[in-house]
Write a protein that binds this ligand. Structure first.
Ligand code: TXA
Ligand code: MG
Length: 307
């Protein structure tokens, strides 16, 4: 598709879901709501369709994709599930937990999905529209966040259009996404260890044996979620040329959460960054956010936005 093509925005009702399913069946790209952020979906079993994701996003080809499934039964066609992996899926699916597992030799999906790695990232999303869409098709959906590579992630249809308008066939509009930051990613190794590759809405760290904050996911580039302007963190007031994103007692031009609520802050993070990117001020400052619970994920994204 060239830049002059039209990206249709369709509400996530039954007709919209049926239309999205038809586009995906024919190898097209549809931005879809999940409980975390909007994903840029294509059928995961088609080399051509998956190649189009990388092209539309300008994504480096070494950065593998998450494969979205209905649940454990479908997921087991693509990966080897240890008992521990099955237990984690049992507790957290559908929901914002991505499991990185050894991929099955006969997994039958596009090679580019895993970028040549011996592992595959799988997640069963909880968003009702995404679940209805996965029920309507007979293949899993590869879906990275629906933004140009390196830019701010999208939590509403407008954010998707801001960087992908004309590059994809359709946006399935399910309104603002509730969690607001991308899924927690953990790798479950053959020796039974669990490594957190990306912090997110689900906290596994403090449980039982605890889990390591390990090697990062390959796509976790130091600079990411970039609003295109310098970002200063831990600010308690704005300099004259700064747009201030507040939190709790630090009031800003906008606030992540005036009452200091971390879930609200996660849900509003990318909308605030999009607004800061559009603002007239040439710089952005962000109030301190506590490094606890989903605050870890918020600070991880803010550090990359500032890098
Ligand atoms: O919440 C989410 O996870 C959203 C929604 C759409 O599901 N998706 C998302 O995708 O955040 P993306 O592509 O923006 O981030 C996926 C991350 C990347 O950092 C990628 O490197 C990592 O997952 N990843 C994918 N497959 C992997 C694998 N086999 N091993 C390690 N990391 C992997
Ligand atoms: Mg992303």
């Amino acid at each position: 598709m060239s830049g002059k093509n039209v990206t249709e925005v369709v509400p996530a009702g039954p007709e919209g879901i049926a239309k999205a399913a038809r586009i995906l069946e024919s190898g097209g790209l549809v931005a879809v709501p999940t409980e975390t952020v909007y994903g840029l979906a294509a059928r995961a079993d088609s080399d051509e369709a998956v190649a189009r994701i990388y092209a539309a996003k300008g994504r480096p080809d070494f950065n593998p994709l998450i494969v979205h499934v209905r649940g454990l039964e479908q997921a087991q066609r693509y990966a080897e599930f240890s008992l521990l992996a099955r237990a984690l899926a049992g507790v957290h699916w559908p929901g914002p937990l991505t499991l990185v597992l050894p991929r099955r030799a006969d997994f039958g999906l596009a090679e580019a999905v895993t970028a040549g790695l011996p592992t595959i990232a799988l997640r069963a999303p909880a968003h009702p529209a995404m679940r209805a869409l996965l029920d309507a098709v007979d293949f899993p959906l590869a879906a990275p966040s629906a933004n140009r590579s390196g830019f701010i992630s999208p939590t509403c249809a407008d954010h998707v259009l801001a960087s992908l308008d004309g590059r994809i066939e359709m946006v399935l509009d399910g309104g603002a996404t509730p969690a607001g930051v991308e899924s927690t990613i953990v790798a479950v190794r053959a020796d039974g260890s669990v490594e957190e590759l990306r912090p997110g809405p689900i906290q596994l760290r403090t449980r039982g044996r605890g889990i390591e904050a390990g090697v990062e996911a390959p796509g976790q580039l130091a600079s990411h979620y970039a609003p295109g302007k310098p970002v200063r963190l831990d600010a308690d007031r704005a300099q004259p040329d700064e747009f201030l994103i507040g939190f709790g007692p630090v009031a800003g031009d906008v606030t992540l959460s005036a009452r200091g609520d971390l879930d609200e802050a996660a849900a509003r993070l990318y909308a605030c960054l999009h607004e800061a990117a559009r603002a007239s001020q040439p710089r952005i400052a962000v109030a301190p956010v506590p490094e606890e619970g989903v605050g870890r994920a918020i600070n991880d994204r803010l550090r990359r936005a500032a890098a």
